[in-house]
Design a protein around this ligand. Structure first.
Ligand code: ADP
Ligand code: ZN
Length: 602
């Protein structure tokens, strides 16, 4: 009897059903046709080429730029009993020869190769001499010069079409707007191929953006309440802040490591390895960290500084929850972030057009921070997708944002900017509004202007909130030359003249997220009564991972452990019913986990 894709899904990968378009894509490739696949991170792209590679004669060749990941991917496949190897510069010549021998002798189902290796003449020649199941081009957006991860080596991949027109090519990516997609199709010869475009929503990620008050205490509360024992990434803008924050988290009892371009290559490698191999490690990082981090159980992404664009924000937060389990994207932001980024942009090199684009991107990012409606809706809308108005899993949906009529306050603030000559920063302006007793104000004769002391009905912090929103929404602009001085923009005129009103958000201290909602850490997902078993299973997984020198998630994902907690399998047959358990995993690890469960039940 012929083996079917769904049988392989069950027997080898241990899953019951295909997700979304997986089945259709696999059928397309099995029929020998090319295709282009766009799926969000965690959507399940790998199966789309792994299963056809197992079903078609010959070896599946997977091109990937992420050399650091190949080892883990191959380890994971070998754990499943799949004959997989990789070929890149990290292998010794001897190991390379062994892989090539396996390849020639037809002993491989899947081979991961770096693009520069594939482009070598010798490799092409070798591939001509053996049967090939398919070519999978992972991270296919790297072929696009407009994308942000362009790789010169990817350009050469057009040779696949010339050399192997009959072998199905499947290009996969998680990031591609219409332009990038067209470029991928063009370069890889997929213009006439079927394009499978999935939605970009990541429903398991809860988006939350909070006003910055005391960021460290806010972070601490967030971690303690929601992610006590979880792995996550904390992004900061500067190396110094990365170092300081990591050290501080360690003082607070967390396992945290820094990651930025100022560290030595070995140090970075070591810290990344700990993140991958140990449970519950927090990486504090600049944006240098993340590309190619395939860890499925990252439970939270924190931004202590504002990203420069929604593209960056979405990519960085997208590293959470690849396993489909609940995860949190949590950010604090404040007025200083806005001012600093605006200044950095103005001071940056580059022509006017470039700066204008950068500024527009920052404005979109600020827009997301200040909206009072569903964040997910706004994000998807920005990326050209429609979504429901109410997602139920972002802070705006969970805690509708209260607003107040800020028209009068905004007029006072704008008028104060105007009367003081449009060159002072926020702190000074607030002093004037509050009628403060300051030498600087007296020197400037600003105690005699009409806006001096007219803002006593609000406190300093409330004024700060007003200014932040006015800057973020484009009523005020930040000056580079005067170090953060504010001036009015054209948009402010109708508001100032009383022709327009404005609703401002009330900054709540720390929006309380309703507990029944999805942002729960993995430890919280498990009810207290099950905690003991859960921890025992995690220990068992860690021991096996260390013995086999692989990351814990290569043994089993959290979702599999959770299944074990829920169903308490006691026999091998029952164990096979656990999500993520196929024959190979049963043979290797069934006994160990069953013993833990039986011991717990006894
Ligand atoms: P991507 O490459 O699209 O980011 P992966 O291929 O790494 O995603 O898959 C993400 C996670 O989802 C992996 O843990 C994978 O094992 C799991 N997965 C993929 N397909 C299925 C499925 N049909 N059923 C259950 N889990 C799946
Ligand atoms: Zn929402």
């Amino acid at each position: 009897m012929k083996t079917t894709p769904v049988q392989i899904l069950k027997d080898i990968f241990g899953y019951e059903h295909f997700r979304g378009p997986q089945s259709e894509i696999i059928d397309e490739v099995l029929a020998g046709r090319h295709c282009l696949v766009l799926m969000p991170t965690g959507g399940g792209k790998s199966l789309c080429y792994q299963i056809p590679s197992l079903l078609r004669p010959g070896v599946g060749i997977v091109v990937s730029p992420l050399i650091a990941l190949m080892q883990d991917q191959v380890d994971a496949l070998q754990e499943l009993g799949v004959r997989a190897s990789f070929l890149n510069s990290s292998l010794t010549p001897e190991a390379q020869r062994a892989v090539l021998r396996d390849l020639r002798e037809g002993n491989l189902d899947l081979l991961y190769v770096a693009p520069e290796r594939l482009n070598q003449e010798a490799t092409i020649e070798l591939l001509h001499s053996i049967p090939i199941a398919l070519f999978a081009i992972d991270e296919a957006h790297c072929v696009s010069q407009w994308g942000h991860d362009f790789r010169v080596d990817y350009l050469q991949l057009s040779l696949l079409e010339q050399h192997f027109p009959e072998v199905p090519r499947i290009a996969l990516t998680a990031t591609a707007d219409a332009n990038t997609r067209a470029e991928i199709a063009e370069r890889l010869g997929l213009v006439d191929a079927r394009h499978f475009v999935s939605g970009f929503d990541r429903p398991n990620i809860q988006y939350r953006i909070t006003q910055k008050q005391n960021p460290r205490q806010q972070l601490l509360r967030f971690l303690r309440r929601e992610h006590e024992n979880d792995a996550g990434i904390v992004y900061c803008l500067s190396r110094k802040k990365v170092d300081d924050t990591a050290a501080w988290l360690v003082e607070q009892g967390f396992t945290a490591v820094p990651y930025h371009a100022g560290l030595s290559a070995e140090q970075r490698q070591r810290n990344q390895q700990r993140f991958l191999r140990e449970d519950s490690v927090i990486v504090v990082a600049t944006i240098a960290f993340g590309m190619g981090i395939d860890k499925p159980d990252v439970r939270f992404i924190v931004h202590l500084d504002l990203p420069k664009s929604l593209e960056a924000y979405y990519q960085e937060t997208g590293r959470a929850g690849r396993d489909g389990e609940p995860a949190t994207a949590w950010m604090v932001y404040g007025l200083q972030d806005v001012i600093m980024l605006r200044q950095m942009m103005d001071a940056s090199q580059g022509n006017e057009k470039f700066k204008r684009i950068e500024r527009a991107k920052l404005d979109a990012m600020l827009g997301l921070c200040e909206i009072t409606t569903c964040r997910r809706h706004a994000l998807l809308h920005y990326f050209g997708e429609s979504g429901p108005d109410f997602c139920g899993n972002c802070d705006a949906c969970l805690n509708p944002v209260p607003t107040w009529d800020g028209t009068q306050a905004a007029r006072k603030a704008l008028s104060c900017v105007y009367r003081t000559g449009q060159r002072f920063g926020v702190n000074y302006l607030i002093d004037v509004l509050l009628g403060a007793d300051s030498d600087k104000i007296f020197q400037n004769n600003h105690h005699q202007i009409s806006t001096y002391g007219i803002g006593k009905e609000l406190e300093g912090n409330a004024w700060r909130s007003v200014f932040r929103q006015l800057v973020a929404r484009g009523f005020l602009s930040v000056d580079h030359a005067t170090y953060g001085g504010l001036h009015l923009s054209e948009k402010a005129r109708p508001l100032l003249k009383g022709e327009e009103s404005i609703a401002l958000r009330i900054d709540v201290q720390e929006p309380v997220v309703k507990p029944e909602k999805k942002s729960r850490s993995s430890t919280q997902i498990v009810a207290d009564a099950d905690r003991v078993l859960w921890e025992a299973l995690r220990r068992c997984r860690k021991t096996l991972a260390d013995e086999n020198d692989v990351p814990p998630y290569v043994i089993f994902h959290d979702a599999s452990l959770m299944d074990m907690v829920h169903y308490r399998p006691l026999t091998e047959q029952q164990f096979l019913g656990i999500s993520g358990v196929g024959q190979s995993k049963l043979d290797k690890y069934g006994a160990a986990f069953l013993e833990v469960i039986r011991g717990h039940e006894a």
